[in-house]
Structures are given as structure tokens and as C-alpha cells.
Write a protein that binds this ligand. Structure first.
Ligand code: NAP
Length: 286
């Protein structure tokens, strides 16, 4: 019988460290600030923006929001971003995805200054991550996954990591990070024939699909570590992509949903805002 990872405890510890960093910056007269753009009527996005606002308040990070209605055009969003790029008081810019369907997401994301790209989705940021450069922002969900894996003392070298999902925001970047850390990585997706053939070989299994309980206990290697990224709303409940209550009997450790990767994702965003603030003010890590 394995255990559900206490992500809340990890986040509590990390929040204390982050608050400390913010306080030190403020003592130097520097106040980190995040600008958030919401151009969507997706209720989940509104909840995520609310969670980010709350954690900013807790950490003492300034925040301003641009809530845009359906008449907003791509050009108008790009104009807001260009203004924020030049605004020295703003250290990080986040565009909450998904956007209204008529908005060109690539054009919007590409207009964010690489120096303020705290969500880590700009092609240059992702390109740097893929070639292994250190000085870049790591996208928030993959960064949050690594916070959990590192905290529980995961070994990567010589291990086989299997990632199910190949999205720009989770699957692809987490695969690259695990590769860089020394794991042998297999990426599965909707066209993979017989996913369980690969998942059963995984010492570390990352599931980012968006299908409730797609991973069952028969698909998991005994004593493996399983990270469930999925957030699925089913009959008013939040379910992960992994059937956690079953899989916990096979795996050694598993992240819960809710109360798992979602918590470290928000934390990672604010860590990136603090990193951006330091870089923009030439403050070196102590
Ligand atoms: P996405 O962009 O929709 O990508 C889903 C990936 O899963 C795609 O690569 C897709 O393959 C693959 N896939 C779809 N059906 C599959 C199947 N039956 N078998 C194997 N692979 C399949 O989703 P995402 O943005 O990566 O998000 C994935 C999940 O994580 C969602 O539930 C989302 O809500 C959640 N999420 C959570 C957090 C958090 O903070 N906890 C953050 C981000 C996302 P193809 O590429 O072939 O289409």
C-alpha cells in the first residue's frame, strides 16, 4: 500500500520560503507585481484567476487584473501587453488560458516580453527550456510537478519516466525537464497504441490528459511514483486522470486530486514572479 503525497504540507513550507524572499525584496524597496489578463468566460478560468489573486495577497505580491469582455480583439490584448511590457512597475504578465475562441492565442503569447513571461509559454522561453539553458522561466505546472517530486526525494538518473499527454503547457515541457534530470523519457498521447504497455514500465508516471480516471491500477508499475495532473469536473466533483483510490494500492506515492499539482502550479507562478523581479532589478540570489 502506497501513500498519497501531502502536497498541502509541501506548499505550506514553500510559501514560507517565498514570503521570506518577497519580504527581503520589499526591504530593498522592490515590490514584485503580477499583471493578469482574463479574456474568457470559462468559469474554471475565473476560479484560477481568483486563486492566483488570493495567493498573491497572502505572499504580499502586488497584482492587477485586466478582465476583458467578448468584444475584445486580439489587437487590443496585444496593445495591453505591449504597454505592460514597458511598465517598469510590472514584473510578470500572465494571460489566463483558454482565451475567447476568436482570439489568436499564439499572437497574444508571442507579444509577452520574454523577461516577463512568468507562465513560461513564450516560444523563446520554451526553446531555452528545450535546449537546456538555465536562465529561463519554467512553465508553472511542470515546475510545480518538479517541486513535488524533488521534495519527496525522487531519483531521476537511470529511471524510466512515462508522460501521458504532449501539450505545450504540461506534457512537452515536463518531458524535457525529466530528460534533463537524467531520466529516460517516453511520451504517450492520443495516438499511442496500448498506453498500458508503456505506463507499466514507468518508475515515474506523469498523467496530463484531461480524461477522468483514464489510468487504472492495472496500468501502473508496483512501487512507482504517480503524478496526476488532470482536473476533470464530473457531477459536481473534481476527479483526476488517475483512479487514485485504486492506484494507491500499487504505486509507492501518488499526488491527490484535488489538493495536488494544482496547488504547486499557483505557487510556481509566484516563484516565477519573484525570479523575474530579481532579474529585472539585478538582484542576485543569496
Ligand atoms: P490538452 O492540451 O488537452 O492535452 C491533452 C493531452 O492528452 C494531449 O496531448 C492528447 O493527445 C492527450 N490525450 C487525449 N486523450 C488521450 C487518451 N485517450 N490517451 C492518451 N492521451 C490522450 O490538456 P492539458 O492542458 O495538458 O491538460 C491536461 C489535464 O491537466 C487537464 O485535465 C487539465 O485541466 C489539467 N491541468 C491541470 C493543471 C494543474 O495545475 N493541476 C494545469 C494544467 C492542466 P494528442 O496530443 O494526441 O491530442
Amino acid at each position: 500500500m502506497g501513500e498519497k503525497i501531502n502536497v498541502k504540507e509541501i506548499v505550506k513550507k514553500k510559501k514560507e520560503e517565498l514570503k521570506n524572499e518577497v519580504d527581503k525584496l520589499k526591504a530593498k524597496g522592490v515590490a514584485p507585481k503580477l499583471a493578469v489578463i482574463l479574456a474568457s468566460d470559462d468559469p474554471a478560468s475565473q476560479i484560477y484567476v481568483g486563486k492566483k489573486r488570493k495567493m498573491c495577497e497572502e505572499m504580499g505580491i502586488l497584482q492587477e487584473e485586466y478582465i476583458l469582455d467578448t468584444t475584445t480583439t486580439t489587437q487590443e490584448i496585444v496593445a495591453i501587453i505591449e504597454k505592460l511590457n514597458k511598465d517598469k512597475s510590472v514584473n510578470g504578465i500572465l494571460v489566463q488560458l483558454p482565451l475567447y475562441k476568436h482570439i489568436d492565442m499564439d499572437e497574444v503569447l508571442d507579444s509577452i516580453s520574454e523577461k516577463k513571461d512568468v507562465d513560461g509559454f513564450h516560444p523563446l522561453t520554451l526553446g531555452k527550456l528545450f535546449i537546456g539553458e538555465k536562465e529561463t522561466f519554467i512553465p508553472c505546472t511542470p515546475k510545480g510537478i518538479m517541486t513535488i517530486l524533488d521534495d519527496i526525494g525522487t531519483q531521476y538518473v537511470g529511471k524510466h519516466a512515462v508522460v501521458i499527454g504532449r501539450s505545450r503547457i504540461v506534457g512537452k515541457p515536463i518531458s524535457q525537464i525529466l530528460l534533463k534530470r537524467g531520466a529516460t523519457v517516453t511520451i504517450c498521447h492520443s495516438k499511442t497504441d496500448d498506453i498500458s504497455k508503456y505506463s507499466k514500465m514507468a518508475d515515474i508516471l506523469i498523467v496530463a490528459v484531461g480524461k477522468p480516471h483514464i489510468v487504472t491500477k492495472e496500468m501502473v508499475k508496483p512501487d512507482s511514483i504517480v503524478v496526476d495532473v488532470g482536473i476533470n469536473r464530473v457531477d459536481g466533483k473534481i476527479l483526476g486522470d488517475v483512479d487514485t483510490d485504486e492506484v494507491v494500492n500499487v504505486a509507492s506515492k501518488i499526488t491527490p486530486v484535488p489538493g495536488g499539482v494544482g496547488l504547486t502550479t499557483v505557487l510556481s507562478l509566484l516563484e516565477n514572479v519573484v525570479q523575474a523581479t530579481k532579474e529585472q532589478n539585478n538582484i542576485v540570489n543569496e
